[in-house]
Design a protein around this ligand. Structure first.
Ligand code: NDP
Length: 256
């Protein structure tokens, strides 16, 4: 696998914490001598810490931290337009940035929470994909690269109080499936990884910073870690080109 990822340029969105940070670290662990890693999120100071951590154990990895809010199309445009030359030839995009706001029955969900979930989880992911695809398609070999979308069990099994978040992840699923079909004649792989419960800042964001409530989400289940998902993502990227892990659901044991 290490050989297949050698020299690759990887973009990870939402790499300042949780699954995205784990994905960035796992790519660096797997390919410590020759990897270009573009890590993005809104919290640039935290991203710089992640870059420092990576360079502490993987001196050969070139890390480029970029402040990027995926819900802002103009930021995505300038992100791609301003990539330094040595990072321009992106091979792998991991669309991980995402969030959930609140737990509420559908009629009571604030419209700003609906907007933020859709503009981040859905439109942000689509805009990132549209921005990177021309790089893949312009390759002389007829188009090559990986799009790896982080969906969720919530996109397959909607739950009460999570209608909007679940709808965003169902939208990710439909978009990913359709894109895979559209690109079937190319060497571009479209991959979805759907985590079950993973312990990250996610629940804290969901309850607007209330850590006590966040803890209760995991009662009765030993949640996955970000590293568990990162291993699957990097495994998918490291398969030989003809192998597409199109659709992988990763549960913690005992999650109903
Ligand atoms: P975290 O809250 O730990 O991480 C979310 C990441 O997304 C952060 O790095 C955050 O960075 C970034 N982010 C949020 N909004 C934006 C934005 N508008 N633009 C750019 N970056 C943004 O949660 P997870 O690691 O758990 O979540 C990662 C993905 O995994 C999400 O798509 C989530 O839906 C999915 N998922 C999580 C599960 C879980 O149980 N934890 C289960 C199933 C799926 P910053 O704040 O710096 O911008």
């Amino acid at each position: 696998m290490a050989q297949r990822l050698k020299g690759k340029t990887v973009v990870v969105t939402g790499a300042s914490s949780g699954i995205g940070k784990s994905v960035a670290l796992e790519f660096a662990r797997t390919q410590p001598d020759d990897l270009k890693l573009i890590i993005t999120a809104r919290r640039i100071d935290t991203l710089k810490e992640v870059a420092k951590e990576i360079n502490g154990f993987a001196k050969g990895v070139k890390v480029h931290p970029v402040k990027l809010d995926v819900s802002k199309p103009e930021e995505i445009q300038s992100f791609v337009g301003q990539l330094p030359d040595e990072f321009k030839e992106v091979d792998v995009l991991v669309n991980n940035a995402g969030l959930v706001k609140g737990v509420a029955q559908a009629p009571n969900i604030a419209s700003e929470d609906i907007d933020v979930m859709f503009s981040t989880n859905v439109t942000g992911l689509i805009n990132m994909t549209q921005a990177i695809l021309p790089i893949y398609k312009s390759r002389p070999d007829g188009g090559r690269g990986d799009i790896i979308n982080i969906g969720s069990i919530a996109g397959r099994e909607p739950y009460q109080g999570g209608s909007i978040y679940c709808a965003t992840k169902a939208a990710v699923r439909s978009f990913t499936d359709a894109l895979r079909k559209e690109l079937i004649a190319t060497r571009i792989r479209v991959i979805e990884v759907d985590p079950g419960q993973v312990e990250t800042e996610f629940s804290v964001v969901r309850f607007y910073g209330d850590k006590e409530k966040a803890k209760k989400v995991y009662e009765g289940v030993e949640p996955l870690t970000g590293d568990d998902i990162a291993e699957v993502v990097v495994f998918a990227a490291g398969r030989r080109e003809n192998v597409v892990l199109a659709d992988t659901l990763v549960y913690p044991n005992h999650q109903a």
